[in-house]
Each structure stands twice: as C-alpha cells, then as structure tokens.
Design a protein around this ligand. Structure first.
Ligand SMILES: [Zn+2]
Length: 136
C-alpha cells in the first residue's frame, strides 16, 4: 500500500535513497506502513536521551549520535484505524521482509534495530528497536 500523507510529511529531510526503500517496502505490504519519525533535531534527541536517565520514563535511545540527526534513519510501524500496533511483532517482521527485499532491489543497504548483526534472528539479544531502520 502507498504511504499516507502524514507518513510522506515525516520523510521530509530524510535521505532520498532511504525514502525510496521505505516507499517501495510500503507497496509490498498488505497493511498500512506508518512513518513514526524521520529527521530528528538535536533538541529532540537530547530530550529522548534524557528519558530514563535524568527524566522519568524508560530508556528509548542509546546514543546522542543517532542517524536520525543526519536524516539517515526512520522509525516505521504498522498502523490500523489510526492506532500504531506497537506490540504486533509479526507485522514488524513483515515490515522487515519488505524492507530487506526493497533494499536489495534498489541496491541500498539498510540495517534494522531489531537485528543489528543482520543474522536473521530479530530480538535474539532483546533488541527492542523494531521500528528503527537506518542506512548501513
Ligand atoms: Zn529510530
């Protein structure tokens, strides 16, 4: 399915090659792919970094040098009826298949936050960043 207008807006400022992979992956999926976040400001990254450290909440990022700051990363999730399906691992895995396939077709290597070592075993070490994709 095509990306909706909201997702397209969130791809502004993201690397063109990565955007092409995301659009192509979206077309392969039988459900709507949602772009949660693309380009991130330094302020937003600092805010996320503080979460779980100097501010309440759970830790959501491990770095102040995120590829989101350079427009070289996106966070993707399945969505249905306007609700992001954060816990639907099967759909995140389907997104991964579509992303890898699109990446191969376009010759744009990508890395997945749920399988950093790319051995095909998502979340084997408890990786929690299933939405995260970045240029490799
Ligand atoms: Zn991310």
């Amino acid at each position: 399915m095509n990306l909706d207008e909201r997702s397209e807006k969130r791809l502004v400022g993201v690397n063109d090659a990565l955007v092409s992979v995301v659009r192509r992956a979206a077309k392969k999926l039988p459900f709507t792919l949602f772009v949660v976040e693309g380009l991130r400001t330094k302020e937003r990254q600092a805010e996320l970094y503080a979460q779980g450290r100097t501010k309440p909440g759970k830790i959501v990022t491990w770095t102040m040098a995120s590829k989101h700051l350079e427009g070289r990363a996106v966070d993707l999730a399945p969505i249905a009826d306007g609700v992001i399906l954060w816990n639907d691992s099967a759909k995140f895995d389907a997104i991964a298949l579509a992303m890898y396939s699109a990446s191969k077709e376009l010759g744009v290597p990508v890395r997945w936050g749920a399988d950093w070592n790319a051995n095909g075993k998502p979340r084997e070490k408890g990786e929690t960043d299933s939405p995260h994709w970045e240029l490799a």
